[in-house]
Write a protein that binds this ligand. Structure first.
Ligand SMILES: Nc1ncnc2c1ncn2[C@@H]1O[C@H](COP(=O)(O)OP(=O)(O)O)[C@@H](O)[C@H]1O
Ligand SMILES: [Mg+2]
Length: 360
């Protein structure tokens, strides 16, 4: 099908060290997929494989067509790099038409396709300018126009927004997503910024050390991280080591290192030790209480540090074993919002269902 991507058993080595370890991945047509992971995990290498710039073992098919051995200029793929790589001696219009010229389009068709792409990216008035006469956001839009002018089956974007300041970056995120929806090009977007990945993607592919750790929708990746790495890399997560001590109905009973027992959703535990991930926004603080009524998990804690952020506060608390966890507290006038201070004894509460049991 047009725009599907099928990758299987993909291995890339630079010298002796592998940059990709036999990864497999399928991307549906018209999806916006983000490859997310720390610097050096192999994101750019994966894009270079798709673009045809690097030798690999394994198989790549785009739109049902095997691309193994096909040189870059014969692939129907548009690319935008982090540094835009515009040609400084060409005008905007010439830059946008570059791929069309390389592919031998007739002059009239070149003009038409370039004009369409420039209109899509709101560059109409800038056709005669040179890159040095454009702002960062405009240069970025020229790079995007150049990539989509050839009407590619696949669009590859390697950290294209990284060089922009925060406000422009957020504007460009919305613009990029809008454009992708309108044009419907299958897009593989690379970033190391987890918020950007959550905001933009139909699907996120989380990578580490040349392996794919999890593939899922932003909600799946954030809400049900599969292992410690994913839980920790995506958003802030409190990770608690625990020992399984029993089970009741559909719950596991676990003992934390700090001594308390908590209930968590039943999960396939492959040993006596598990890791529990709880997001800061799922935790609440309450007055310290000796009684333990109700079904919520409840741990005694002492406030360690409060960071006031306006509409909410980030509160770090210390547990009985001296470990620290983070609570995200809306400043809404509730008990917790009313001036909690360092050194204060509190209880941390959360619903058992808000715990994710993650693999080592
Ligand atoms: N041309 C190269 N020669 C040797 N090693 C490379 C080359 N390009 C990348 N690497 C190495 O391969 C790994 C993956 O790199 P890369 O795909 O650029 O990661 P990312 O884009 O996620 O930061 C890194 O360890 C990097 O140092
Ligand atoms: Mg990179």
């Amino acid at each position: 099908m047009k725009g599907t991507v099928e990758i299987s058993g993909l291995t890339v080595r630079y010298g002796a060290t592998p940059a990709l370890n036999g990864i497999s991945l399928t991307i549906d047509a018209s999806q916006f997929v983000t490859v997310l992971g720390p610097s050096g995990c192999g994101k750019t290498t994966l894009l270079r494989v798709l673009a045809g710039f690097v030798d690999y073992e394994g198989h790549v098919r785009v739109g049902g067509v095997a691309l193994d051995g096909t040189p870059p200029h014969r692939r129907d793929i548009g690319i935008v790099f982090q540094d835009y790589a515009l040609f400084p001696h060409m005008t905007v219009a010439e830059n946008v038409a570059f791929g069309l010229r390389m592919r031998g389009w007739a002059a009239a068709a070149q003009r038409q396709a370039a004009q369409d792409a420039m209109r899509l990216l709101r560059l109409d008035g800038l056709a005669g300018r040179y890159p040095s006469e454009l702002s960062g956001g405009q240069q970025q839009r020229v790079a995007l126009a150049r990539a989509i002018a050839i009407n590619p089956m696949l669009l590859l974007l390697d950290e294209p927004l990284a060089a922009l300041d925060r406000k422009l970056r957020e504007e460009m995120q919305v613009e990029l997503r809008d454009l992708q929806r309108r044009v419907g090009i299958t897009t593989v977007f690379v970033t190391h910024d987890q918020e950007e990945a959550l905001a933009l993607s139909d699907k996120i592919v989380v990578m580490n050390h040349g392996d794919i750790r999890q593939v899922g929708t932003p909600r799946e990746i954030y809400g049900s991280p599969r292992d410690r790495f994913v839980a920790d890399f995506i958003g802030t997560s409190n990770l608690l080591a625990a020992r399984v001590i029993g089970s009741e109905a559909d719950m596991l009973l676990c003992e934390l290192a700090e001594g308390c027992a908590v209930r968590v959703p039943a999960a396939a535990a492959d040993g006596p030790t598990v890791y529990l991930s709880v997001r800061p926004e799922r935790l609440r603080l309450a007055q310290r209480s000796a009684s333990r009524p109700g079904t919520d998990n409840r741990l005694p804690a002492v406030i360690d540090h409060v960071t006031f952020l306006g509409h909410r506060s980030k509160i770090r608390v210390r547990l009985a074993d001296d470990s620290r966890i983070e609570v995200d507290q809306p400043n809404d006038g509730s008990f917790e919002g009313r001036g909690l201070g360092t050194g204060q004894a509190v209880d941390v509460l959360w619903a058992p269902k808000d715990t994710v049991v993650v693999a080592q």
